[in-house]
Ligand binder design. Structure first.
Ligand code: AHR
Length: 502
């Protein structure tokens, strides 16, 4: 089986916004507490309470943006609980995720985290159970340069300078855990909340409204209808800059036990992402033809049954080479559609769902998904290139009763260019068969392959464990075998870089 790939390296589609490689940290399970934050008194090595091993590992994947504090948690979070002396902060019930919330990790700790990671903060505000005043006060507290009681309080709490939040969410999943609102009621609320968020939000605030649950195009249509207003002078689409849908691909099998058919089925579920983003953009275009509002995917990833022995509501799951391929296939979709996807945040950064790292007390491991983020990081900020793949679909038997799924291509990928460096990512989805690829390049100049990194494992169930943390790690491969035709290992993620000489 041979796949034919045509790439036009002089035809950029759009810049791949680094934010497409964004992350998400919620107060759920051991994501924030233990995964990121251990506190300054912890025996686990930390810098200002943040664990050194995790932060140092995450820095290597260059996280561009981090969304916090939720998720469902965001619409039940009251920011004033998380400021001031830690020992005096109230203990609350984290009702969504079956936990006690100490509020030890709050606004200032989050900005410390972003500063250590060198990433842009993305705060999700509380529309579901908060008030307009509470939201605008949080923004004044975080962003205002004026001398007010709230900014004095910020200074007393250790931060005289404003934090300069750029990305701000107006609620989360308000069609569900964020209040079970209808799209039209939510849109009315957004008109109100976004008005006051803008007033208190500093110079420019990129406001992100809650978008649809996967392919719920009705939500999108009704939301935009209300934002657009019944007459042109009621149009308030410009109050919001981003519209954020969520799409998880539920499991096929379990996190670590699956058949070959389930291996492919999960890819098909993940690949639905492409149609979902394209159709949402189409619906948005009807109301926003000049594309002033961006599409954001601020939660996505695999969702498997939880690890044995863990609280099921803490959604901690193992992560295998199959999850790595899901990450690669999805990032390739975002790269290919860099003209419409502004930001994407995989769920979540530590110990929850498709995470980058797993921790257990003082131990930490890097998941196969982490390695994909590290391998794909050269795509961040590069120009996506036009690429066409001719390949066969892999035959498999999906579980009966699943939503209509797209075919699973034997080979998929994306390509980008940053100056004279071209980065080509390719996934061979086949569980057992290697595949030849034939590359046809169109453009001015000569290309020389410089690096080829491969993430592949002998077993399609391989994962990293604390005992064997390097079962699934990328290997360098000899670029000498890369010609017009070369072979991709089965079940592999490949990143090849080329130097372009004119
Ligand atoms: O990521 C876990 C949860 O999934 C989030 O809190 C919620 O927004 C989504 O349903």
């Amino acid at each position: 089986m041979r796949a034919k790939i045509t790439i036009e390296f002089d035809k950029p589609v759009a810049r791949i916004n680094p934010s497409i490689y964004g992350h998400f940290a919620e107060h759920i399970g051991t994501c924030v507490y233990e995964g990121l934050w251990v506190g300054p008194e912890s025996p686990i090595p930390n810098r200002n309470g943040l664990r050194v091993d995790v932060i140092d590992a995450l820095k290597k994947i260059h996280p561009p943006v981090l969304r916090w504090p939720g998720g469902c948690f965001a619409d039940d979070y009251h920011w004033q609980d998380g400021i001031g002396p830690r020992e005096a902060r109230p203990r609350r019930l984290n009702a969504h995720w079956d936990a006690e919330e100490s509020n030890e990790f709050g606004t200032h700790e989050f900005f410390e985290l972003c500063s250590q990671l060198k990433c842009e903060p993305y705060i999700c505000g509380n529309l579901g159970s908060g008030t307009v005043k509470e939201m605008r006060d949080w923004l004044e507290y975080m962003n205002s340069e004026r001398d007010t009681s709230l900014t004095r309080l910020r200074a007393e709490n250790g931060s005289p300078d404003p934090f300069g939040v750029l990305y701000f969410g107006i609620g989360n999943e308000n069609w569900g855990c964020g209040g079970n609102l209808t799209p039209s009621f939510y849109a009315q609320e957004v008109r109100r909340y976004a008005t006051f968020a803008s007033l208190a939000g500093g110079n420019f605030l990129f406001k992100i409204a809650c978008g649809a649950n996967s392919d719920d195009y009705d939500w999108t249509r009704e939301f935009f209808n209300v934002m657009a207003g019944s007459a042109i002078h009621y149009n308030r689409l410009n109050l919001v800059n981003g519209f954020a849908l969520h799409y998880y691909c539920g499991t096929a099998g379990t996190a670590t036990e699956y058949t070959k058919d389930q291996w492919y089925q999960l890819f098909a579920q993940a690949l639905r992402m492409e149609q979902i983003v394209l159709t949402h953009r189409q619906v948005m275009d009807h109301f926003d033809p000049h594309r002033q509002m961006w599409l954001v995917v601020d939660e996505w990833g695999t969702w498997h049954p939880p690890m044995t022995g863990t609280n099921p509501r803490w959604v901690k799951q193992q992560n295998t080479i199959r999850d790595a391929l899901v990450a690669a296939l999805t990032l390739d979709i975002f790269n290919r559609h860099a003209d419409i996807v502004f930001m994407a945040n995989i769920a979540q950064i530590a110990n929850v769902l498709q995470s980058m790292v797993l921790t257990d007390g003082p131990q930490m491991l890097l998941t196969p998904t982490y390695h994909v983020y590290e391998m794909y990081s050269p795509h961040q900020g590069a120009q996506a290139l036009k690429m066409q793949v001719e390949t066969k679909a892999v035959p498999y038997a999906p579980t009966l009763g699943t939503t209509a799924l797209p075919p699973v291509p034997h080979v998929a990928g994306s390509c980008s260019r940053k100056g004279a460096t071209i980065t080509l990512s390719l996934v061979n989805t086949h569980a057992t068969d290697a595949t030849e690829v034939e590359l046809i390049w169109h453009g001015e100049g000569n290309l020389t392959p410089t690096t080829w990194r491969v993430l592949a494992t002998p077993d399609i169930h391989s994962c990293n464990t604390f005992e064997q943390p390097e079962n699934a790690i990328p290997q360098d491969q000899d670029v000498g075998s890369i010609g017009d035709v070369f072979t991709l290992a089965p079940a592999s993620v490949n990143v090849i870089q080329y130097a372009l000489q004119n």
